[in-house]
Ligand binder design. Sequence first.
Ligand code: SF4
Length: 227
Amino acid sequence: MDIQRLPQIQEQLRSSPAEAIVAWALETFGERFAVGTSFGAEAMVLMDIVHRVQKGVPFVFLDTGFHFHDTLALVEQARARYDVNLIVAKTDLTPQQQAEHYGDQLFLHDPDRCCELRKVEPMRRALAGFEAWATGRRSDQNADRANARAVEWDAKFELFKVNPLKDWSWDDIRSYLALHEIPYNRLHDMGYPSIGCAPCTQPVKPGQDLRAGRWAGTGKSECGLHK
Ligand code: SF4
């Protein structure tokens, strides 16, 4: 797609439902469209919606080596339910090798470097060759995401980023999961609205930002995929 058309497409899709945004992306980008998935609540909703619109779409999951067991169990549940065309992206660096090269618990003393090694670079390789990718970002998750548009230019990965759930609330997500009996990470019922790597994810208190449990107390709010 010509990037010059982006403002026109943004206006066209401004109030479109998620299914219509996904259908537009599939029609526009065809096989050069992938979906990023963390297997969080939004990701499970997006997986269900994409599956309803078209089967066989590639999903990219970052296996950082630091996920909760519950997240990895959900990956297998989702594979069974959706027969997911799953691309598992990961660094060649094992957690042990990372500790030897960069020091133990890099996620504590340099989380940006850890995310770059275990998330950003593997995602960059996984997305090479695609023209667009979709994410489960929602505009009310935090200030960084407040201006999410249905389609954006992703300068970091140099491709289009599609945000079909940009207008969904957390309640919308929970309602959709319940209505369609979609499997989800049981940590969501234990105070974790946003789930990333185990060492960098804590439960949140009532009234806190839904992503406040990610890298809590560090000032970091995004892993680098969306900055
Ligand atoms: Fe490392 Fe934490 Fe980033 Fe995971 S979220 S890659 S453990 S810093």
